[in-house]
Design a protein around this ligand. Structure first.
Ligand code: C2E
Ligand code: MG
Ligand code: MG
Length: 873
């Protein structure tokens, strides 16, 4: 619907006002005309009515007078009752329906004959004088209605009055004088008034004004009016008359013979109701028009107000919009569909201080920077055709400036693009920030190499290309060996410099063959696309050798090495995360193999890793689930073979994994940090069980408990041992803690204070698996230990292998010189024992004496030893 504005609304207002006025005027004129018409009709209807009434009444009376006259002439009054008269009277009465009673009177008024049974009426009293023919109307009780007496004189042949014929007529109702008048229009008033003012007949009777007419005379003033109205016989005049409370419209005629006024009248109230009757529909129509008009007018006004405010807002918005475009920091250009400029706010700078001026009429794509869009025109048109905007960021090759272009189409009602709106922005700064942010997010700040995030992206891209080109990809995950030590020893500054140097070396080693990345801390990654396996091996070797070169930092000559794990696409995995995971597993393997080497991922490694993960998850709850228990192996004196003491060894019978060797689960427990609890458990069990074993021995027995390296470095081992000794009340001198040599050698500096504290508790320490840690014998002097345990691998081949035998002998001799006791591990046969006896070894441990036994087995064993020692010769 078309909006209605304020101006139209004002027109509507005026039109409505005028129409309303016109309607009211027309209503007024119409009502006046109707009123006049009603009145006119009343006038016009009154005169004929009155005329007809006059003629009816006149005729009636003349006729009745003639009838009565005729009757009078035919009657002779005598004193005796005359049956003939009676019969006649009855006949006449029957022939005249208006006649109620008919009688013959003598001159005294006595009834000579009469119809019906009215015998008592004083007829003559009803006439004013002897002359009058028409008497006064009255209402005899026996009749019950108004009747009018009329008489005629009876004379004898000599002309002497002998009596009267008197008739009484019904005034109103059926068969009455005014039957005709009665049938006339109901609202009309009619009456017969004598010239003395007496009311003879009035219709309708019931109205108040006429009610008591029998006894009433009309006022003189009214009588005068009647006389004025009837001054000229044969002419009828009408007049408004105020009579008593009523306004009347009256016309009248005068019947000279009977001196009657025949009056016809209408009450003004009746006229008014007639007028109202005729006016009501018109008035209603006008009222409806005014109300409907008013409603419509209100609606129009409301709509107009709304439209007005909407238009104001729209105007305001348009104003704001144009200001916004003018002052916008972006360049806004409107062109026609052929790229001819229609409007440009000239806001674009050319990179210097000056603005790029564009004038209407120019072809936009001919001018910089929009000339950069020349190749995009087809794509832009395609977009706009489909109702979508086109957005692009472009940079001129020779310039540093970047621009963003947002192009939308303006369409006409038919949906055709008629204009282009081009919003252009200089986004050079944003681009620079983006580049900076990209670098920050994707490159390591220290080494400048792609970081882990970027590595993932790069690897994804590399794998995609390799898949397309049917090539292979190798991922070399590299970890700097013992970097933590370098950091801890020389500080982080030097550590950082070291990492920078490693990055440089790595890049050199990789050169163009692959991509070097910095994953985190001391972890690096290299990816290469390759065809033959040898390329990967060569690269790994190259990296290892480059890294091996000594590093000179802050005057210090440092040696570094790296461990590498390698996984390959597609054989090891087809996705980045698994490829990385597998390279990591291979790296772990390299570390396990003593570092400074590289390993390729394999299915076996994966299985091993899976087993490790499984172990780690199961061992966590093994203690709480009571799956762990201790077994004991005796340590015997080589010389006599008697039991010297025990070594406590832990066992794990896992319900899911079955029996797991201590080497496996101890390292898993170390890995996930539950070794402390396991160690504490071993100490408690061993100490308590030793006290029980003691019952079966005469000599004091010793108990050796294995302590893992991480217990020494990461936990409060001293506190634990002190607590166990306190709780069990064991003499500290019989408790020995075994520490594996290889571990000790690596981290002696770190653990030495702990070892000293342990010694101060009164317990003794021994070096386990001696010979596997490559520590020089002189190194031993620095350990605060009291015993050496020669590893099983030397004892095992000692009998057949001379060098092992020599080594064992040397170790025993050396150890004795240093004041240490020597324990030989893994004695399995008599020959080994014999040789060790020759070498003067102090103690021995092995299947030859006992296998590791449960508490019950050991108790039984000790008992049997007491009885018949099996070592007894
Ligand atoms: P270990 O401390 O050197 O213990 C000696 C190992 O040699 C035991 O293996 C033992 O059963 C085995 N053995 C002893 N005599 C012979 C023999 O004549 N022939 C052969 N073939 N083997 C013999 P096990 O019990 O499997 O323990 C392996 C290692 O697990 C232990 O080496 C020790 O380093 C570690 N370990 C065991 N229990 C514990 C523990 O409670 N705590 C810690 N931290 N490590 C433990
Ligand atoms: Mg041991
Ligand atoms: Mg050992």
């Amino acid at each position: 619907m078309k909006e209605i504005n304020g101006k139209t609304a004002r027109w509507f207002k005026l039109l409505y006002g005028l129409l309303s006025l016109l309607m009211l005027l027309a209503l007024f004129a119409f009502s006046y005309a109707t009123w006049s018409n009603v009145k006119q009709q009343a006038y016009e209807s009154l005169t004929p009515h009155n005329q007809s009434l006059t003629s009816v009444v006149k005729r009636f009376f003349i006729h009745q007078e003639a009838l009565l006259g005729e009757l009078a002439e035919s009657i002779t009054v005598s004193s005796s009752r005359d049956s003939i008269i009676q019969t006649r009277l009855n006949d006449v009465l029957r022939a005249t329906p208006q006649m109620r009673v008919l009688a013959v009177l003598d001159t005294q008024g006595s009834i000579v004959a009469t119809t019906g049974n009215i015998h008592t009426l004083e007829w003559l009293d009803l006439f004013d004088n002897d002359e009058s023919t028409i008497g006064r109307p009255f209402r005899p009780t026996f009749v019950g209605e108004n009747i009018l007496p009329v008489r005629k004189v009876i004379t004898n042949s000599s002309g002497v009055k002998t009596g009267y014929v008197v008739a009484a007529y019904r005034l109103l109702g059926n068969d009455a004088i005014w039957q005709e008048a009665e049938e006339a229009e109901s609202k009309r008033r009619s009456m017969i008034i004598g010239d003395d003012g007496r009311v003879y007949i009035s219709y309708p009777e019931s109205d108040t004004f006429w009610q008591s007419f029998v006894s009433l005379k009309v006022e003189d003033e009214f009588l005068n009016t009647l006389s004025e109205l009837t001054q000229k016989a044969g002419e009828w005049h009408t007049r408004d008359v105020q009579y008593q409370d009523e306004q009347l419209l009256v016309t009248a005629s005068f019947i000279q013979d009977y001196r009657f006024y025949i009056v016809s009248g209408i009450q003004s109230a009746d006229l008014f109701s007639r007028w109202l009757e005729r006016m009501k529909y018109v008035a209603l129509a006008v009222l409806i028009f005014l109300i409907v008009g008013l409603v419509v007018f209100r609606i129009i006004l409301t709509r107009a107000a709304r439209f007005e405010s909407a238009r104001n807002v729209a105007e305001h918005n348009v104003f704001k919009l144009s200001r916004a475009i003018e002052q916008s920091p972006s360049s806004v250009i409107v062109t026609d569909e052929y790229w001819l400029i229609e409007y440009a706010n000239n806001r674009l700078s050319d990179g210097t201080e000056s603005l790029i001026k564009l004038d209407s009429g120019q072809v936009l794509l001919e001018h910089f920077p929009h000339s950069l869009l020349k190749t995009d025109v087809a794509a832009i048109s395609e977009n706009l055709l489909h109702g979508t905007n086109w957005y692009g960021e472009r940079r001129a090759k020779e310039q540093k400036q970047w621009f963003s272009f947002s192009i939308s189409g303006m369409t006409n009602d038919a949906g055709h693009v008629t204009n282009h709106v081009i919003v252009t922005q200089d986004i050079t700064e944003r681009k620079q920030v983006e580049v900076r942010l990209f670098k920050q997010a994707n490159y390591d700040a220290l080494t400048g190499l792609p970081n882990r995030r970027r590595t993932n992206e790069l690897l994804t891209e590399t794998l995609k290309t390799a898949w397309q080109e049917n090539k292979r990809v190798a991922v070399l995950y590299m970890d700097v060996d013992n970097f933590k030590q370098i950091n801890d020893t020389f500080g982080h500054m030097l550590g950082d410099q070291m990492l920078q140097l490693i990055a440089v070396r790595l890049q050199q080693a990789v050169a163009d063959s692959g991509t070097a990345c910095h994953m985190s801390g001391d972890e690096f990654l290299v990816s290469i696309v390759f065809d033959a396996e040898q390329e990967v091996v060569d690269l790994a070797d190259n990296i290892m050798s480059v890294m091996k070169q000594p590093v000179l930092l802050e005057g210090k000559k440092l040696f570094i090495s790296v461990s590498i794990g390698i996984s390959r696409y597609p054989e090891d995995s087809a996705d980045v995360s698994n490829l990385l995971k597998h390279a990591d597993i291979a790296l772990y393997e390299s570390k396990n193999q003593g570092r400074r080497c590289y390993s390729f991922f394999s299915q076996e490694l994966d299985d091993k890793n899976k087993r490790k993960v499984e172990l780690e998850s199961e061992i966590r709850n093994a203690l709480a689930n009571k799956e762990l228990f201790m077994v004991y192996q005796t340590k015997n004196r080589i010389s006599s073979g008697e039991v010297y003491g025990f070594e406590a060894l832990m066992r794990w019978q896992s319900p899911r994994l079955g029996f797991v060797s201590p080497e496996e689960f101890i390292s898993a427990a170390e890995e996930i940090g539950v070794i402390d609890q396991l160690g504490e458990f071993a100490l408690y069990e061993a100490c308590r069980d030793l006290q029980k074993f003691q019952f079966h021995a005469t000599q004091p027995l010793a108990m050796a408990v294995n302590v893992s390296m991480s217990q020494l470095t990461n936990s409060d081992i001293v506190g634990t041992v002190r607590k166990v000794l306190q709780d069990t009340g064991l003499n500290p001198s019989v408790l020995e803690l075994e520490i594996t040599e290889s571990m000790l050698a690596q981290r002696l500096e770190e653990v030495q204070p702990v070892l000293n504290e342990l010694l101060s508790l009164g317990v003794s320490l021994s070096i386990d698996d001696f010979g596997t840690g490559y520590s020089s014998l002189s190194y031993l002097t620095r350990f605060p230990v009291s015993a050496l345990k020669i590893d099983r691998c030397f004892i095992m081949d000692m009998v057949d292998n001379r060098s092992d035998a020599t080594l064992t002998h040397t170790v025993i001799t050396m150890a004795h010189k240093l004041g240490l006791k020597v324990v030989a591990e893994g004695i399995e046969d008599e020959d080994q024992l014999a040789l060790l006896r020759v070498y003067g070894c102090d103690l021995g441990q092995g299947y030859y004496f006992t296998k590791p036994l449960t508490y019950d087995q050991m108790t039984a064993h000790l008992k049997s030893q007491q009885e018949t020692p099996d070592w007894a010769i």
